[in-house]
Write a protein that binds this ligand. Structure first.
Ligand code: KG4
Ligand code: ZN
Length: 327
């Protein structure tokens, strides 16, 4: 089985070809960082326009990389939400047009399901159920992944997502955009104990997250500390909150065989190291996909397409694009 995957829900345009035996035959990606950098965040109108320009050439390039004709794919999977609606529509409408043109089924993929199933693309031994910490620019959730289309949300953020907190902190510290990698680089040069910062919701009974207060605390301390010490102290606080909340979820989900991390923040070494330690402490396997699969990409959408197609799940061509779509 061979699936074409399309992704365009935020600021990456991507196309990939993935088989059911986990071969990534092609995976192409066009970022838009330079276009959004002057604004310190993703501008929806600029993003949608850039997706329109990038999508078709990327698909052509991916097919060429794989040496495959569009007619040879078994189905076309496109992100149908959640995300910036203009961008989601570009990928979904393109997917519908291609599916119609070659008479193949359409699979509308929830972007979060793409992240949730992506660890099974890189790790053939990862079986359901597993506990997933999904930490990206738009989301911060703990999900019990029980099977394809079977998810139980154990926790979410009551304000900002973890990646959003990294991005906002980077802006406050003048470190540039995207903020996550910039904060991580600065943090490596600072002292994580230099600035006393809050640990929002640490110890709370429900495993929810909160990060907005952390960003404000960094802003208040900015005059008295170096950006490096602030970045290091901020990162340490985020890691401590993630670990505390994830530990609580592990207790609430004893059936989870593995602890899995996905989403852009999973690229952070301090986050990965701390989660690996937590999993070991709880006698669970720890699975973290390679970095290119953690941040937004189309291989995870194609793989979710593989899993859904194998389960007999396809979608009608009038399927709507959804800006909000809880799993
Ligand atoms: O999954 P992703 O590519 O897009 C979303 O679906 O949101 O995640 C992007 C987020 C951004 O907020 C970015 O700052 C964060 O992931 N990020 C990081 C790192 N690399 C990316 N956060 C912390 N440390 C990193 N090294
Ligand atoms: Zn994402």
């Amino acid at each position: 089985m061979l699936i074409l995957g399309l992704e365009s829900s935020c600021d990456e345009t991507a196309a990939a070809l993935v088989t059911d035996d986990r071969r990534v035959l092609a995976h192409r990606l066009a970022g838009q960082e330079a276009a959004h950098a002057p604004y310190g965040g993703v501008v929806p109108e600029i993003a949608a326009r850039a997706h329109v320009e990038a999508m078709e050439p990327l698909i052509a390039a991916a097919l060429k990389d794989a040496g495959i004709a569009l007619a040879d794919v078994d189905a076309i999977a496109a992100t149908a939400g959640p995300g910036l609606i203009g961008g989601v529509m570009v990928g979904l409408v393109t997917g519908k047009a291609l599916a119609h043109a070659v008479g193949k089924p359409l699979i509308g993929v929830n972007h979060l399901e793409g992240h949730a199933l992506s660890p099974r693309l890189s790790d053939p031994d990862l079986d359901f159920p597993y506990l997933l910490l999904l930490v990206s620019g738009g989301h911060c959730q703990l999900l019990l992944v029980k099977g394809v289309g079977r998810y139980r949300r154990l926790a979410t953020t009551i304000d900002d997502a973890a990646g959003e907190a990294f991005d906002k902190t980077a802006k406050v510290l003048g470190l540039g955009f995207p903020g996550g990698p910039a904060v991580e680089r600065a943090a490596a040069l600072g002292n994580p104990r230099a600035v006393p910062l809050p640990r929002p919701l640490k110890g709370a009974a429900e495993p929810h997250f909160s990060f907005a207060g952390l960003k404000s605390a960094v802003a208040r301390a900015a005059a008295d500390h170096s950006p490096e010490d602030l970045a290091a102290s901020f990162q340490a606080a985020v890691v401590e909150c993630l670990i505390d909340r994830t530990a609580r979820a592990l207790h609430a989900a004893p059936e989870a065989k593995a602890l899995v991390v996905a989403g852009g923040v999973a690229a952070n070494t301090a986050v990965r190291t701390a989660l690996a330690g937590l999993a070991a402490e709880h006698g669970r396997r720890f699975v973290a996909p390679p970095l290119w699969l953690c941040t937004d990409n189309a291989a995870m959408i194609a793989w979710a397409g593989v899993e859904r197609f194998a389960a007999g799940l396809t979608d009608p061509l009038d399927m709507p694009a959804r800006p909000r779509w809880p799993l």
